[in-house]
Design a protein around this ligand. Structure first.
Ligand SMILES: NC(=O)c1ccc[n+]([C@@H]2O[C@H](COP(=O)([O-])OP(=O)(O)OC[C@H]3O[C@@H](n4cnc5c(N)ncnc54)[C@H](O)[C@@H]3O)[C@@H](O)[C@H]2O)c1
Length: 323
C-alpha cells in the first residue's frame, strides 16, 4: 500500500484509520465534506507531510477524481452511517450509500485504482435465522433502508471486481466503539444522563442483544484483510466483530456505573427499538480470525473507553459547524 484515499476520512472510523495509515508509512488522502466528520479529528493528521485533504462532496463532479489520483487503495467509509433514520428520509441511504459507492467505483475505474475496502454492516443480515451469522448465511431479507443500500453497494463492488479486475474487500462491521465516537446508543445514553442523571428512556424492551467492536480492533481487522487480498482480484467478504454480545440493559448498566449514576429506567416496549432494529446481532467472525486477527478489547472495555472519551471531549456535544 503506497497511497490510500479514505472517503469519509474525517469521521469516527475514518479519522482513526488515517492516523494509523500515516503511522504505517502510507500517503493518505482524506476526502470529506464534514457533514458529520470533524476537523478536530484530523488535527494530528493535517500536520503530517504525507497527508492531503480534499474537501468536498463525493457526489460533486471532479471531487473523487482529485482525491483518487495516484492511489492504489480506496477505503470507502463515506456514507450516511446512521441506520435509524432511514424512514424519515427514504432517499438518503440510496443517494449517500449506493449512488455514492457507484461513483467511487467509476472514479476508481477511470483512475486505475486497483483495490477497495468497503465499510459494510451487519445490518445487511436483516433478522437472520442462523446464529452466529456467517458471511454465507442464506440470502437475507432486508429490514432497513440502510442495510438494503449497503447490500446494493456490496453487489456493485462484486460486479466491478468481476468486470474490471479490481479487488474488493467488504467488511461487515457490528457497531463500533471507541475514541471519536459520535453516533449510536452510547452517546445517546450519555447525553441523556448528562441532561438528567435520575431518569432515562430506553427504546424497545432493553433485551435487544448486540455485539460491538473497539475501533482500533476494527482497523486492525480491516488492514489484515486488505493485506491478505491486495491485488488478488475478486470480492472478499468478512464479518468484523467480537464473539461476545451484551443486551441493551447491560450496556446501560456499564454506562451508568462509569458515570456514577443510578437512573430510573423506562422502556418504550417491544422487541425492537425502531422499525429495522435487529433484536439479535451475533456474527460468526471465524473467517477474519482465520487470518490471525483477534480483538484485544472486550465489549465492556470498549464501552468504558467510549464513555471516558465522551466525557473528555465535550466538543462532540456541540452542534456541528460547517465551513
Ligand atoms: N460506526 C459504526 O458503528 C458502523 C457500523 C457499521 C458500518 N459502519 C460504516 O462505516 C463507515 C464509517 O462510519 P462512521 O461511524 O465513521 O461514520 P461517520 O459519520 O463518523 O463518518 C462518515 C464520514 O463521511 C463523511 N461524508 C458523508 N457523506 C459525505 C459526502 N456525500 N461527501 C463527502 N463526505 C461525506 C462525513 O462527513 C463523515 O466524516 C460508514 O460507511 C458506516 O456506514 C459504521
Amino acid at each position: 500500500m503506497r497511497r490510500a484515499c479514505i472517503t469519509g476520512g474525517a469521521g469516527f472510523i475514518g479519522s482513526n484509520l488515517a492516523d494509523r495509515l500515516l503511522a504505517d508509512g502510507v500517503e493518505v488522502v482524506v476526502l470529506d465534506d464534514f457533514r458529520t466528520g470533524r476537523r478536530a479529528f484530523l488535527r494530528d493528521a493535517a500536520e503530517h507531510p504525507r497527508f492531503r485533504l480534499v474537501e468536498g462532496d463525493v457526489l460533486s463532479p471532479g471531487v473523487l477524481e482529485d482525491a483518487l489520483a495516484g492511489c492504489d487503495w480506496v477505503f470507502h467509509l463515506q456514507a450516511n452511517a446512521d441506520v435509524r433514520h432511514g424512514l424519515e428520509h427514504p432517499q438518503l441511504d440510496l443517494e449517500q450509500n449506493t449512488i455514492a459507492t457507484s461513483k467511487v467505483l467509476e472514479a476508481m475505474r477511470e483512475a486505475g485504482v486497483a483495490n477497495i475496502v468497503f465499510s459494510s454492516t451487519g445490518s445487511v443480515y436483516g433478522e437472520p435465522e442462523v446464529f452466529p451469522t456467517p458471511e454465507d448465511a442464506p440470502f437475507p431479507l432486508q429490514t432497513s433502508l440502510y442495510g438494503a443500500s449497503k447490500l446494493a453497494c456490496e453487489g456493485l463492488i462484486a460486479a466491478y471486481a468481476t468486470g474490471f479486475s479490481i479487488t474488493g474487500v467488504i467488511c461487515r462491521f457490528v457497531s463500533i466503539l471507541g475514541e471519536r465516537y459520535t453516533h449510536g446508543h452510547v452517546i445517546d445514553f450519555v447525553r441523556s444522563l448528562k441532561d438528567d442523571p435520575k431518569a432515562i428512556t430506553v427504546l424497545g424492551d432493553g433485551k435487544q442483544e448486540k455485539s460491538y467492536l473497539y475501533v482500533q480492533d476494527c482497523i486492525e481487522a480491516i488492514l489484515t484483510a486488505a493485506a491478505r487480498h491486495e491485488g488478488e482480484g475478486g470480492a472478499h467478504v468478512y464479518n468484523l466483530g467480537t464473539d461476545e454480545t451484551v443486551i441493551v440493559d447491560e450496556s446501560l448498566g456499564l454506562i451508568t456505573d462509569r458515570l456514577g449514576c443510578s437512573p430510573t429506567v423506562r422502556h418504550t416496549g417491544g422487541a425492537r427499538g425502531w422499525a429495522g432494529d435487529s433484536p439479535l446481532i451475533r456474527l460468526d467472525t471465524s473467517k477474519i480470525r482465520s487470518l490471525g486477527w483477534a480483538p484485544r478489547l472486550t465489549i465492556a472495555e470498549a464501552i468504558g473507553k467510549t464513555v471516558d472519551w465522551l466525557e473528555h471531549n465535550e466538543h462532540v456535544w456541540q452542534p456541528q459547524v460547517r465551513a
